[in-house]
Design a protein. Structure first.
Ligand code: SF4
Length: 309
């Protein structure tokens, strides 16, 4: 089936079923182009709370669909392919979090959005990469924070907060952002002297230290769009280039490493989205008790940092 035909079918199915499509900034360009909402976790969460659609198709990975389902227990939340899983979210196990809490009973638990419902259910608060510093500063009292799973984000927040951060697990990471090596960034800077480097806090500390601006995917897009600079080196997943070029056509973007691809976020294709709409597969649900416990720390995040990027 030609792409135009698939897109038309998607539009028809959307109207018929009162459905909406979410896509992460790193999704395939053709998926980004047909999505109703495109963004990082913050944007998708805010949209998930506000939509009046009956069905939400998530062009992302499992924990994103799960989070949307936590916030929308009465809607049909569909992940087009169950194999779209986030290896970072898998690195934080319930038992490791419980053990860390036993060892640090005074600590509060702050978890990155990139976690599963059953671990979110143990948290005091959730954060995204664009509000993590603000949230860490505004959680109660001076308790240390058990924070995970991403070590890059832990490094980024630790440098900017007054709170003591204890990483859980000790070395959680995003296998995609961690592919960007210090050598890559140094080589790119040498080839493009004076050009600003923008990047994501899931990158390694050594790579972050080379950046002029660090932010979530949506923050990077906004920063580049609004900046007076016209050329940027980008330390993020290659998919972000599509969004950057969409919002700042006249500017030049050089991706630091072409191999920085999240295979999981490329799994949802147009055909899979069309099939997901048609067959309403795969529906993502979270058991009521876990959803209620996981919703509380998400709501707390929204109280402490209500602004979406
Ligand atoms: S980019 Fe990293 S954190 Fe995001 S979905 Fe892919 S593996 Fe998970």
């Amino acid at each position: 089936m030609a792409r135009k035909e698939i897109v038309e079918r998607i539009e028809r199915l959307k109207r018929r079923k009162n459905a909406i499509i979410f896509a992460h900034n790193y999704a395939r360009p053709e998926v980004v182009d047909i999505a109703d909402v495109v963004g990082g976790s913050s944007t998708l969460i805010m949209a998930a709370r506000e939509t009046s659609a009956d069905m939400i198709i998530v062009g992302g990975v499992d924990f994103m669909a799960e989070t949307v389902a936590i916030l929308n227990p009465d809607k049909k939340v569909i992940l087009p392919d169950r194999s779209a899983i986030c290896p970072m979210a898998q690195q934080l196990l319930k038992r490791d979090l419980r053990k860390a809490k036993r060892e640090n009973p005074d600590a509060e638990i702050l978890l990155y959005m990139n976690t599963y419902a059953e671990t979110k259910a143990l948290a005091d608060c959730i954060c995204t990469s664009d509000n993590a510093v603000h949230i860490s500063e505004n959680m109660d009292g001076g308790s240390p924070l058990l924070f995970g799973p991403d070590r890059g984000l832990v490094y980024y927040v630790s440098k900017r907060t007054t709170k003591r951060i204890i990483p859980v697990p000790e070395y959680g990471f995003c296998p995609v952002h961690c592919q960007i090596a210090l050598e890559d960034i140094l080589t790119a800077k040498e080839a493009h002297p004076g050009v600003k480097v923008v990047g994501h806090p899931e990158c390694t500390p050594a790579v972050q230290d080379q950046m002029d601006y660090i932010g979530s995917t949506s923050e990077i897009v906004k920063y580049c769009r609004d900046s007076e600079d016209t050329e940027f080196l980008v330390a993020a997943e290659v998919g972000l280039l599509h969004m950057l070029k969409k919002v700042a056509k006249e500017k030049t973007f050089h991706i630091i490493s072409n191999t920085t691809v999240c295979p999981m976020l490329k799994i949802p294709t147009l055909m899979k989205i069309e099939e997901a709409l048609d067959r309403e597969k795969y529906r993502i649900t979270v058991p009521k008790e876990i959803a209620a416990k996981a919703r509380a720390p998400i709501e707390r995040m929204l109280e402490l940092a209500p602004r979406a990027i």
